[in-house]
Design a protein around this ligand. Structure first.
Ligand SMILES: O=C(O)C(=O)C[C@H](O)C(=O)CO
Length: 272
């Protein structure tokens, strides 16, 4: 099952009702046992998906009616992160075992399937102009970048899996940020990157916790309330930042004009 989201203008967000905001930017219900679900956004043509295999192995769907190709990765590359318990991803017959928060980059042209009774795979694909090697990304082997401070309630570790450096990709960047216990804020102070779309998927929240996710142009922010394993689309004109009511992590993924992680503009707090 795949849904389609069209691009939105900044003015849309400024005047939208809560229901409109949720319809345009929120990606809920990605994880259903025995299914692969996806949302295609016209913003940089990213596909945001969830695969929860349950008892059977599941193939990454072609979704030909939306992507217009016979195979999902015919003209795309893929980033996968396991947000559930241990599972595996098979790429062109090769099996990769993924623990919780382990990732996998899959290059253009490959066939992919997902397995693991308790696993839940979050994935993002984006158009690719070249084919780069598939690579497993073990969470425990990625050196995190420490950001923020306990005093500012924004202490967190940024695990960069694909960020335009060692691992080569066409346009896709992705990783995991884990917010420290006692801190609530992510990506604060915020920033913009006019040449890329970003998608966040909040994970590891308790059932009754929520994240207040901020979006919009700096001087006209709005918010969405997200629960565990829900994703949110951040168009190039929007800040993307959140505050949680309990501990959480989130998967961030970007695609666009380049894959230069530092091609971003910080937003001063007085601009909000
Ligand atoms: O906590 C953070 O700060 C992030 O995770 C930042 C994201 O990587 C991001 O927004 C990149 O544009």
């Amino acid at each position: 099952m795949i849904q389609v989201r069209y691009s939105t203008s900044p003015a849309t967000a400024e005047t939208a009702t809560t229901a409109d905001l949720r319809e345009n930017f929120l990606v809920p219900d990605l994880f259903v046992s025995g299914e692969v679900r996806g949302t295609y956004t016209h913003d940089d043509r990213m596909v945001i998906g969830g695969a929860q295999p349950g008892a059977d192995e599941l193939d990454l769907p072609a979704w030909t009616e939306v992507l217009g190709t016979d195979h999902h990765l015919e003209r795309r590359e893929l980033g996968v992160i396991n947000v559930g318990s241990a599972g595996h991803v098979v790429v062109d017959g090769e099996k990769f075992e993924l623990e919780h928060l382990d990732g996998l980059y899959v290059g253009r042209g490959s066939e992919v399937s997902f397995g693991g009774a308790e696993a839940a795979f979050y994935f993002v694909s984006a158009p690719a102009h070249a084919t780069y090697p598939t690579q497993a990304l073990s969470h425990s082997e990625v050196e995190p970048v420490s950001l923020g401070s306990a005093e500012a309630a924004n202490e967190r570790n940024l695990f960069r899996y694909a960020w335009g450096q060692d691992l080569r990709t066409s346009v896709l960047q992705f990783g995991v940020t884990v917010v420290a216990r006692g801190s609530v804020w992510n990506t604060f102070p915020p920033h913009l990157h006019d040449r890329r779309t970003e998608v966040y998927c909040y994970v590891d929240l308790a059932e009754d916790d929520r994240v207040f996710h901020f979006l919009g142009r700096p001087g006209a922010t709005r918010h969405l309330v997200l629960r565990n394993r829900e994703a949110v689309i951040s168009p190039p004109w929007s800040i993307h930042s959140g505050a949680g009511t309990g501990s959480y992590a989130f998967i961030w993924a970007m695609a666009g004009e380049n894959n230069t992680y530092t091609d971003l503009s910080p937003v001063a707090l007085e601009e909000l």
